[in-house]
Design a protein. Structure first.
Ligand SMILES: Cc1cc2nc3c(=O)[nH]c(=O)nc-3n(C[C@H](O)[C@H](O)[C@H](O)COP(=O)(O)O)c2cc1C
Length: 287
């Protein structure tokens, strides 16, 4: 297969975002932030990627300000003075090295087990108290819980902008909280947040709308999504280009500028009858 790598080295612009090339680093959890505070090790880790030419860095998942957002040890928070000051050092280091950086804003939902930091007694929060179909864990969220989490994402995005991040990525993939609402397997609600795709999308749409409201029209909002779940690699949200379109359009209208399609296997066609993968279809349908 012959490959033309030229486009990778073309600059990219969106609103005020200017990337020197199209090489982007995917978000990868590191567990190197003791006390949930990104320290000098974290600063130098991201600085090195920028110094070596990566155009856009997406940080490891970093938790919004909700008691149940975290699921793992030594994951950096995105709230509180100490953590935000650490992130400010990360942003400045990446900018000095010519890179751009988005934080990946994260809530793990029912992946959280009791006993995990920062407050061990806090359970997992999720649409229906399910880690996976038939596997209960934690509590089903009330409407107040839903509103709290929406506010936490909006607060985090506002802080990201204030710290100088070049945009935000909202983690809607891999079977974590947002994806638990999207996936029928973990969303068995009978209120306006469950049932049809339109209803299952509502929580994510409301998060994007709240973020957009806080950051204004020009600030880039990226949404990561996936068919696959850590709970089930074969799971699917959509089965045809038409269903994908019905999934994406409400998110575009809510304010998503960039979709980050996570495929696990980028070389596999997404639907029969076309070579396009999930990212290719998403670009074709939304631009
Ligand atoms: C060590 C490790 C940590 C990861 N942490 C995250 C994370 O925090 N957020 C995320 O969205 N994906 C995370 N991923 C998934 C990768 O970003 C990526 O999705 C995966 O390697 C497959 O590539 P693709 O989804 O782009 O096809 C992680 C992967 C690895 C190997």
């Amino acid at each position: 297969m012959s490959m033309n790598l030229g486009p990778l080295f073309q600059p990219f612009e969106l609103h005020n975002l200017k990337l020197r090339n199209r090489v982007a680093m995917a978000p990868m959890t590191r567990n190197f932030s003791p006390g949930n505070v990104p320290n000098e090790d974290v600063v130098s880790y991201y600085r090195r990627r920028a110094e070596n030419g990566v155009g856009l860095l997406i940080t490891e998942g970093t938790t919004v300000n909700h008691a149940g957002a975290n699921g793992y040890p030594n994951v950096p928070a995105f709230h509180g003075d100490a953590a935000l000051s650490g992130w400010k050092d990360v942003v400045d280091a990446v900018h000095e090295a010519g890179g751009a950086i988005f934080p990946q804003l994260w809530h793990v939902g029912a992946v959280r087990q009791e006993g995990v930091e920062p407050v061990p007694s806090v359970p997992g929060f999720s649409p229906s108290g399910l880690f996976a179909p038939g596997k209960p864990n934690g509590k089903a969220m009330t409407k107040d819980d839903i509103d709290d989490v929406i506010t936490a994402f909006a607060d985090a995005a506002q802080d990201a902008k204030a710290l100088g991040f070049d945009g935000v990525e909202i983690h809607g993939a891999h079977g974590y909280l947002l994806d638990q609402f999207l996936w029928e397997g973990t969303n068995q609600r009978d209120d306006e947040y469950g049932g049809s795709m339109e209803n299952r999308l509502r929580f994510v749409v409301e998060i994007v709308e709240a973020v957009r409201h806080r950051v204004g029209p020009e600030y880039p909002i990226m949404l990561r999504f996936s068919q696959w779940k850590q709970q089930d690699y074969e799971a699917r949200l959509v089965n045809s280009p038409e269903e994908l379109d019905a999934f994406l359009q409400p998110l575009v209208e809510a304010g998503v500028d960039i979709f980050h399609a996570s495929t696990r296997r980028f070389w596999e066609p997404e639907f029969e009858g076309s070579d396009l993968n999930l990212a290719g279809w998403t670009q074709k349908l939304t631009g």
